[in-house]
Design a protein around this ligand. Sequence first.
Ligand SMILES: C[S@@+](CC[C@H](N)C(=O)[O-])C[C@H]1O[C@@H](n2cnc3c(N)ncnc32)[C@H](O)[C@@H]1O
Length: 260
Amino acid sequence: MIVAKINELKTLYSQSSKHSNYQILSKRLSLIIGNNKIKIKSRYEVERLKYILKYLNVNKKTIADIGGNTGFFSFELIDSGAEKIYYYEGNKTHADFVSLAANVLNIENKIEVANKYFSFENDIINKEYDIILLLNVLHHVGDDFGNEGISIEMAKQNIIKQLNSLADKTSILIFQLGFNWKGNRNLGLFKEGTKKEMIDFISEGVKNYWTITKIGIAEPVKEGIEYFDINDKNVIRNDQLGEFLNRPIFILKPAKQSHV
Ligand SMILES: C[S@@+](CC[C@H](N)C(=O)[O-])C[C@H]1O[C@@H](n2cnc3c(N)ncnc32)[C@H](O)[C@@H]1O
């Protein structure tokens, strides 16, 4: 029975989609499935999680993981003591993988799987979270979700609107954004593609709704990659690291002032 489930997990993990083989497996899941049995291209999940957990106590917290992919952050946060994860994923194969993995890990009571593209308009109206993870999702507006007919300028406005729409839904937001709209390198969201442009754009756009408390920046270290707090040096675009590692990790808290 368990063997059949594990084989099914391997099949689901390997089924192709634009975002498949994106995340490594969570630690406990890799012990069951075996990381060497499937093809994985990591996006520095362990390194991102380390930076996030440096500033966040997730113990007993209720957390939404929007665009949760194959569940790396959801499962790791449960193992770090989170009370409940609300996982949203539009892609059915990824959501099925996470449902079955939760069953195999015997943590179905800790995670609610919603196989849907989060709309940012009608969702979670009645729900408040302690923490929301919104990692590498919003540059897919007009592509994975939302109106396909929009211009890049509209897409940028939507990104800000969607971010701000979460300000009364959570105490903390962890946010990452790609530099290229729809993941297409010909559709750069910012003229020079620099971290500073992205940070200025986000800071200005959310200033009445959010306070940015931390910005994590990837740096090469002897052992590989580590995220550090932003400084004058690491804020400079580093082409050697590639596009993904130039994406800052923002930690935001709702601003105190009124939204009007
Ligand atoms: C680029 S991946 C990022 C995965 C993960 N958040 C991370 O940073 O490691 C984006 C994921 O979000 C999903 N997605 C995109 N838009 C979404 C939406 N509006 N609601 C839920 N899932 C979404 C995609 O199917 C994909 O699995």
